[in-house]
Design a protein around this ligand. Structure first.
Ligand code: UDP
Length: 372
């Protein structure tokens, strides 16, 4: 099933499926690594269009040049409608492409729909970023369920860290199909940051917020905390690329638009985001990817969540879980802005999530997989 494919001259046909911004960022180096071995792989890329708006602004450097772009999103569609559309749409793509492997990344509806559609068609799944867990199905929602289900369906599981590998083993998923590769997001980050020109710092504090489980009261707490912090430190500049989600953008604008040292901007192209991160003092975020990227550039992260599936940064002391309570955000932020010793203790370059060579390991593994 996963050996040499006669339809592609003996090359292995790999269908890479993605749909959102973080998937594009983290699958880009995998696609580059596979395409760099044309004698070994016939690569097809399919975009589900789940985050069409955010994908459009990712920057040409990250263009995956998908062979197929689906138009499956409908305004106001709930998770079940979205998932059913994705499942049916991706099933058709898998049937038409007849790949030897389907590669998915992360924990989105596209990830799960791609994995399930492949599973139903008997096509083995390779999951990039396997084994991330909070063990709380409500946080992050629905991503924690998506991760657990995708890992259960996958034949190859590329765990970013030893901790992720151990989390899989604790669920009875172990053996030759699991490989610790590092996180491919670090591959992309290191490649992009090395090509950026030096520039004047754009802001002292980079802020992002978008998680579904933050909607409502937690988001209001976060935004009030950011407002108080910015007001208390008028000499510090805050930069907040506003996520377009309709549950998020109007709330952010209502809470922060009038604060003079808070700059609200549309989502940044990835290289611009990386430059802002590189030139910042620290990060306030509920994003998964930024929790991985910030330590790689020596930037402390205050995580605006109660739990994280990325405990490595917290264990190393370069990230802190501060939750969504206004007072805690202000206290922790103020400490990093005013206590130089406390700041220095957290501002260390650490690479717990990857060394920049994850995608090469994944391509190496796919190249030999199925060979007797
Ligand atoms: N990002 C970006 N532009 C922005 C905000 C974030 O390119 O304006 C990048 C960020 O560096 C990270 C990824 O998008 O690599 C994170 O995406 P998101 O926060 O949507 O998802 P998560 O990481 O929480 O899954």
């Amino acid at each position: 099933m996963s050996g040499a494919n006669p339809a592609t001259g003996g090359r292995r046909k790999v269908l890479v499926v993605y749909g959102t911004r973080p998937e594009a960022i983290k699958l880009a180096p995998v696609v580059w690594a596979l395409r760099a071995r044309p004698e070994r792989f016939a690569v097809a890329v399919c975009c589900s269009g789940q985050h069409r708006e955010l994908l459009a602004g990712l920057a040409p450097a990250l263009a995956l040049a998908p062979d197929r772009e689906l138009d499956l999103m409908r305004p106001g569609a709930g998770l079940n409608e979205l998932f059913s559309r994705l499942l049916i749409g991706l099933d058709g793509e898998i049937a038409a492409a007849a790949p030897d492997w389907v590669v998915v990344q992360g924990d989105t509806s596209t990830t799960l729909a791609g994995a399930l559609a492949a599973f139903h068609r008997g096509v083995p799944v390779a999951h990039v970023e396997a084994g991330l867990r909070t063990k709380d199905l409500a946080r992050p929602f629905p991503e924690e369920a998506n991760r657990q289900l995708v890992d259960r369906l996958s034949t190859l599981l590329f765990a970013p860290t030893e901790g992720a590998c151990a989390a899989l083993a604790a669920e009875g998923i172990s053996g030759a199909g699991v490989e610790v590769t590092g996180n491919t997001g670090i591959d992309t980050l290191l490649r992009v940051v090395s090509s950026l020109p030096a520039g004047p710092p754009r802001a002292d504090v980079l802020v992002t917020v978008h998680r579904r489980e933050s909607f409502g009261a937690p988001l209001e707490g976060i935004l009030a905390g950011v407002r108080d912090l910015a007001t208390g430190f008028p000499g510090s500049r805050f930069l907040l690329p506003v996520h377009p989600n309709p549950e998020v953008a109007p709330r952010v604008v209502a809470a922060l638009a009038g604060v003079p040292n808070v700059e609200l901007v549309p989502p940044l192209e990835y290289p611009a985001l990386v430059a802002a991160l590189r030139d910042s003092r620290f990060v306030l975020t509920d994003s998964g990817g930024l929790q991985e990227e910030a330590p790689a550039l020596g930037k402390p992260v205050l995580v605006l969540r109660e739990v994280t599936e990325r405990p490595e940064g917290v264990a190393l002391g370069v990230a802190r879980l501060v939750g969504s309570a206004r007072g805690r955000i202000v206290a922790e932020g103020a400490r990093l802005l005013s206590d130089e010793a406390a700041y220095r203790a957290m501002a260390r370059v650490e690479l717990p999530y990857g060394d920049g060579r994850a995608a090469e390991r994944i391509a190496d593994r796919l190249a030999v997989e199925g060979d007797g």
